[in-house]
Design a protein around this ligand. Sequence first.
Ligand SMILES: CCCCCCCCCC/C=C\CCCCCC(=O)SCCNC(=O)CCNC(=O)[C@H](O)C(C)(C)COP(=O)(O)OP(=O)(O)OC[C@H]1O[C@@H](n2cnc3c(N)ncnc32)[C@H](O)[C@@H]1OP(=O)(O)O
Ligand code: FAD
Length: 618
Amino acid sequence: MGITDMQEAFYYRECAAAHENSPLGLHYAMFLPTINKQATPEQKKKWLPLAENYKMIGTYAQTELGHGTFIRGLETTATYDPKTKEFILDSPTLTSKKYWPGCLGKTSNHCVVMAQLYTQGKSHGPHMFMVQIRSMEDHSVLPGIEVGVIGNKFGYGTNDNGFLSFDKLRIPRENMLMRYSQVGRIPRENMLMRYSQVSRIPRENMLMRYSQVHEDGTYVKPQNAKLAYGSMVLIRSSIVSDAARGLAQACVISIRYSAVRRQTEAYPGGEEPQILDYQTQQYRLFPLLASAYSLQLAGKYVFNTYLEVNDQIEKGNLESMPELHALSAGLKAFSTYEASAGIEVCRICCGGHGYSQASGLPKIYVDVVPGCTYEGENTVMMLQTARYLMKCYSRAKQGQKLPGFVQYIGQNLNKKSCMSEEVALGCLVMAYEHRAARLVEAAAMRMQSLIQGGKKQHEAWNGSSVQLFWAAKAHCHLFCVKNFVDAIQAKSLSSKTVTVMKSVCQLYGVHGILENLGEFMQDGFFSGEQVGYLQRKMLALFENIRPNAVALVDAFDYPDMVLGSCLGRYDGQVYQALYDYAKSAPMNQTEIHSTYYKHLKPLINPETTSDAMQFAKL
Ligand SMILES: CCCCCCCCCC/C=C\CCCCCC(=O)SCCNC(=O)CCNC(=O)[C@H](O)C(C)(C)COP(=O)(O)OP(=O)(O)OC[C@H]1O[C@@H](n2cnc3c(N)ncnc32)[C@H](O)[C@@H]1OP(=O)(O)O
Ligand SMILES: Cc1cc2nc3c(=O)[nH]c(=O)nc-3n(C[C@H](O)[C@H](O)[C@H](O)COP(=O)(O)OP(=O)(O)OC[C@H]3O[C@@H](n4cnc5c(N)ncnc54)[C@H](O)[C@@H]3O)c2cc1C
């Protein structure tokens, strides 16, 4: 295709086969990026041409039967043998078998494997290794390897998610993925000096950047062990836009359909209105439309932040790693929760036809919803963000200045909302900042009181984790609202566009408060009167958005081919499309289905069962 930007390439492929989940998905999404980000220049020179030309087809094999979340608990081992200068990969237990990696069962002939590194009798934690699992000549499985598919799943039918285990498989030392550090592009000899405190070994064997294993098995620890988690941060930063895309497409389908569908006479003898004119339909769909816009903006922000921080990491500056991890982990969880729930509401808003594959909605749902699990289970990711917020809170209490998006933490909470009938965007942001700051403080206070009451750190953490989850969720929600408001206020949009988009942004903020009212009212921040302003504003915004609703989904510009929906067609010819879809169903290619003779006929006409038996023998 010649497209170099990996997100663009992903969306180009998505246009060709929307939500089909390609059997090469992991090759593009994780195998290639892992080589690019975690391999040495020599390893890249050796592997990238093969991988980019589909000689090597790979996946990212980390999760095991017994562990997915707890990476440090993974059981696959990679033990260094200094005599042969090889790593011995082994799956010592049933639960150590790799399980779930996409494109693993039948497609890939290589994978990058996360395994516990052992050298000189010591464990050094999870590291990445390049492993060939099938012959590049005839695709046969190589000795010492067991690999296969894990069977049917909730969705992802076109992806051969698989299992994989090793029986003391030997791989060359050069197959441990470690990229040279590029601290300011120091000259090679200095680079060696920077890390090699034991002996100088030929650069091509030098395993640098994050860590290295010398020929004699000496291990040099990395600048930060979490650098090995880099590929996950990349995908988390990308999933936000992917979740936004799924929700936006579901909004296109359900709102276009709601403009075509007419149902129930509005008054005796009156005509049946478009269902989009029902306030309840607007109440369910318009906030999701607003959320789709908000998540698209958030996705752009977090991916650009990933690119910036990753550029710094490449230069050896790891300062912003914790903030990127907290942002990408939290937004990945927040966006996939919102999008999955929203796509399901869009489906339900389409009535019976929403339940048909012809609507395109089930396919979008089963493609987006696993995003709540893969690349870091959502609750675990929210708690990682909460961990960062707790650190920020204690820094704020020590009077330290906080970076970027967490400056609201530790603010004075003895204030009331400025909300008026107008519902200014600034008052909305202030409300979300207050809610998040209050929940962060409440979680910190809870932790503190448990520790003061004698609980150990990990007991206090677990005993506060619900409040920690609430705080992280409120932090992500604030991010999305403020990012949306900043975009509206910064954008040099035409006045008409600003007016329309301001209503969409206001609805996103107002609806979010009304759906989480307890968290906003618990400390009296809002008065009952102010809640009334918000409720009236929400209903007024529905009326305001209604005339532009179809234009707002058209603006996402998804072609019919990508939507794959009889309900969301640009031309609105829904019923003809549904009828044509039904007529084309395989079961309609014969008037009487073959199962009639074997199963129905003996019931309906038992006297002619012999005919059925004859047919059954066919
Ligand atoms: C083509 C690309 C673009 C196109 C768009 C693509 C869209 C996507 C479409 C779908 C694509 C692919 C299909 C699906 C692919 C799915 C693939 C997978 O699922 S791969 C497997 C994913 N697995 C996970 O994510 C595991 C989750 N678990 C973890 O990350 C870790 O176990 C943990 C973070 C939960 C805990 O790690 P641990 O080592 O135990 O750390 P501690 O808790 O002890 O300490 C935390 C400490 O470390 C810092 N930390 C943790 N992780 C990171 C990180 N990644 N980066 C930086 N820092 C990190 C954390 O901040 C803490 O720091 P402290 O200072 O100590 O607080
Ligand atoms: C469609 C799909 C594709 C995938 N593709 C890949 C792939 O290509 N490569 C790969 O390596 N993996 C892949 N995975 C696996 C995926 O990364 C894991 O399923 C995911 O990391 C979650 O781990 P787990 O399944 O062990 O769940 P668990 O960690 O067992 O989670 C189960 C429950 O326990 C809770 N829990 C776990 N730990 C904690 C904690 N510390 N605190 C609070 N609650 C906790 C979770 O919140 C969750 O509710 C894929 C999974 C799916 C569904």
